[in-house]
Design a protein around this ligand. Structure first.
Ligand code: NAX
Ligand code: K
Length: 492
């Protein structure tokens, strides 16, 4: 599996489909048959003991894929039940053909009457990229029954009910164990709410070559942890600490001193040459004792911050900063310095209170912070994470790391990148402090801002996955990531 997967909007995949049919001369029904065949192969491979196959077919070509699969399963002697919401009769030519062939093979279509027949696996072919509105009441009831059946589900192209461009639920959504997408990967399946519904996502190109279908840029890239090595070359033998940058972490209001320690230690574990901390006097002794390698300074005002800023390569501003007079003064001084910045937590809240373009910054908001920065709710951010990231880029003219399941990294003039790693164990206080230290450290080690953001988010997520693999997701602490950050920062 390649480390970089191009992701597309539904409309782009539709255009590819048209190119395949009209320019390359592959009939639409041939493509549909390939889709049904690929799905049937995957089902057999994944659930070899399943004998009773349920197929839920909707009104469009997604349903057509389902009829093809049903026919293939029946031809091999499996017990197949095809179920459709009441009043479903395919209009598209290919889907009509698939239904006719299913019937010609002796197949029947049952109308859903509220009861779900027994099956060992359900195939979800209700809606694909053509979903235009929330599923009808009957389709919703079918989806709810399928989800409640606790039978494995293979979704064709997209779990029904999910918007393939945004990953947002349009209404009720099928909860799939595996989703097999056709022709090309759909952007929405890799981020946000979609991650709770699509299970393992696979792609089948239906025998088509992407390069012959489109010369458009993808709508996003998915990057996986194998991609890390491109940014993490081994140090050269004659290295000295001055070459590896100096991160200054600014934060740690009274009562929040731990955040800045997590940030500084993460920067050190990601290979920065020097890490300094500017924090409240009250936090200094504990931090020095806990992590002597971080050069910790008592900084009570902006004047005391200035010489530290002077020596730093990159500032990480915000972990535990608070929004009081002290935090506001340090934040303002950091911004005024013009130094490269990673802005997180209260740094973002202070920015939201007085928005200004920050071309020297990398912002690392979670959906709540992103909402405050945009003046919308976090639910609106989550409804279209790509649009929210793009809006933040426009508003602040800088690199944005929109955290969450399938973190989205966006920047002016760049195709956004979705981070293909991470787990729900990472939804814990302090995890963002670690991320800001990692990103700042990579930026200080001379990765340009966008690359530092992508590589940092990927490294952080991959470290979280490795830590969770050993001890489980629940109870995962941000500091558990440190040994894995170090290991991953030194690829073989
Ligand atoms: N040659 C082709 O056209 C191919 C199509 N493919 C499949 O076709 C799918 C796209 O097909 P379609 O464009 O027909 O779209 P869908 O099959 O996703 O369904 C949309 C159909 O349902 C209707 N509809 C949308 N939302 C509805 C709702 N909430 N309630 C009731 N009806 C609703 C639409 O009017 C349309 O008829 C892909 O996702 C993929 O599965 C694949 O077989 C690959 C080849
Ligand atoms: K589907």
């Amino acid at each position: 599996m390649s480390e970089l997967l191009p992701l597309y909007r539904g409309a782009q995949v539709r255009a590819m489909d048209r190119t395949a049919i009209e320019t390359l001369g592959v009939p639409g029904y041939t493509l549909m048959c390939r889709a049904g065949e690929a799905a049937w192969r995957l089902l057999r491979e994944r659930w070899p003991r399943a004998r009773r196959i349920g197929v839920a077919c909707g009104p469009g070509n997604n349903g057509g894929d389902g009829y093809v699969l049903a026919r293939l399963a029946k031809a091999e002697g499996f017990a197949v039940v095809v179920l459709a919401p009441p009043g479903t009769s395919p209009r598209a030519r290919e889907a009509r053909q698939a239904l006719a062939d299913w019937r010609a093979a002796g197949g029947r279509v049952e109308t859903f009457d509220g009861l779900l027949p027994e099956a060992d696996v359900w195939v979800d072919a209700l809606y694909g990229i053509g979903l235009a509105r929330p599923p009808s009441d009957a389709a919703r009831a079918m989806i709810e029954r399928i989800n409640a059946s606790h039978v494995p589900v293979l979704a064709l192209d997209v779990p029904s009910g999910l918007d393939a461009d945004t990953g947002h639920a349009v209404g009720a959504v099928v909860r799939a164990d595996v989703t097999l997408s056709f022709i090309a990967a759909k952007r929405g399946l890799y981020t946000g709410m979609a991650r709770d519904f699509d299970g393992e996502v696979r792609v089948d190109a239906l025998g088509l070559e992407l390069s012959r279908l489109s010369d458009e840029a993808p709508a996003a890239w998915l990057i996986r942890p194998d991609g890390l090595s491109r940014w993490l070359a081994p140090r050269h033998a004659n290295a000295h600490k001055g070459e590896h940058g100096h991160v200054l972490c600014v934060g740690g209001e009274v009562g929040m001193g731990g955040a800045v320690r997590l940030c500084a230690e993460a920067a050190l574990r990601t290979g920065v040459g020097l890490a300094s901390v500017a924090t409240r006097s009250a936090g200094v002794a504990a931090l020095v004792a806990a992590r002597p390698e971080a050069m910790t300074h008592a900084v009570e005002d902006a004047a005391a911050l200035a010489p530290l800023v002077e020596r730093a390569t990159v500032l990480a501003v915000g972990p535990g900063l608070g929004q009081g007079d002290w935090g506001r003064a340090l934040y303002a001084a950091a911004l005024a310095s013009g130094k490269p910045l990673v802005l997180d937590a209260d740094g973002l809240n202070l920015l939201a209170a007085a928005p200004t373009p920050l071309p020297q910054a990398i912002l690392t908001p979670h959906p709540g912070e992103a909402g405050r920065l945009l003046g919308v709710t976090s639910a609106e951010v989550q409804a279209d994470r790509f649009a929210a990231a793009a809006a933040l880029v426009r508003r602040f003219d800088c690199v944005v790391v929109l955290k969450g399941a399938g973190t989205v990294v966006a920047a002016p003039g760049e195709v956004p990148v979705v981070i293909g790693a991470g787990n729900p164990g990472m939804a814990t206080g302090g995890m963002g402090d670690v991320l800001s230290g990692v990103v700042a450290a990579l930026h200080a080690q001379r990765l340009p801002a966008f690359e530092a953001a992508v590589a940092g988010a990927l490294l952080h997520a991959a470290a979280g996955d490795q830590a969770a693999r050993i001890g489980g997701e629940r109870g995962l602490l941000p500091s558990d990531l440190f040994p894995y950050l170090r290991r991953l920062a030194n690829p073989e």
